[in-house]
Every structure is written in C-alpha cells, then in structure tokens.
Design a binder for this molecule. Sequence first.
Ligand SMILES: [Zn+2]
Length: 104
Amino acid sequence: MSLKARVDSCRCGHECQLRTSWTPSNPGRRFYGCKIEKDKGGCNYFKWVDDEFPSQANRVIWGLLNRVKAFEEERARARTRWKKLASITVLMLIIWVCYCVVSH
Ligand SMILES: [Zn+2]
C-alpha cells in the first residue's frame, strides 16, 4: 500500500500533511498533522507515522544534527570573513591604482 493511500484526514476535513519532527526526543520521526496552523484556525490534529526510535538512535541523530548546525554556522562565518577580505583587497587595489595615476 502506498503512503498516499494511508493519509489521514484531520477534524477540519482536509487531507493531513506529512511532517517531520526535529525535537531532541523525536528527531526525524514523521507524523501527520493538520495543514492549517493552529493559530490560523487549524484543528491541531496529530498522529505519529513512524514507530518511536530507540533512544540511542535519537541521541545519534540529535548529535549529528548539532554537528551539521555547527558546521553551517562556521561556514557562514567563513563566508563573511572572506567577503570582508575581498572588499578590503578591492579597496586597496583602487587606492593603489589612484596613487599610481596621481604620482605619474
Ligand atoms: Zn485540521
């Protein structure tokens, strides 16, 4: 049976949206939820699709997610440093060219 055939309907009468939890206790675990946000009038329907993962699997997944997040933050900092360095280099080049033109 395909996943599409098993889609639940929420109390609003809509076909539920398949979502993925990213909380520390259930990282990567899929669930069905109302596709309308609760604060916009949704019914707050919730039902797990996947069985609960072993606690060791949750710890491993959560640890890997944190490592990916730390790597992405470091990459963003490196990009910012590179942009500053490139800007300074271009500015120095412009100043040098102006100096050469004026001094000749
Ligand atoms: Zn609903």
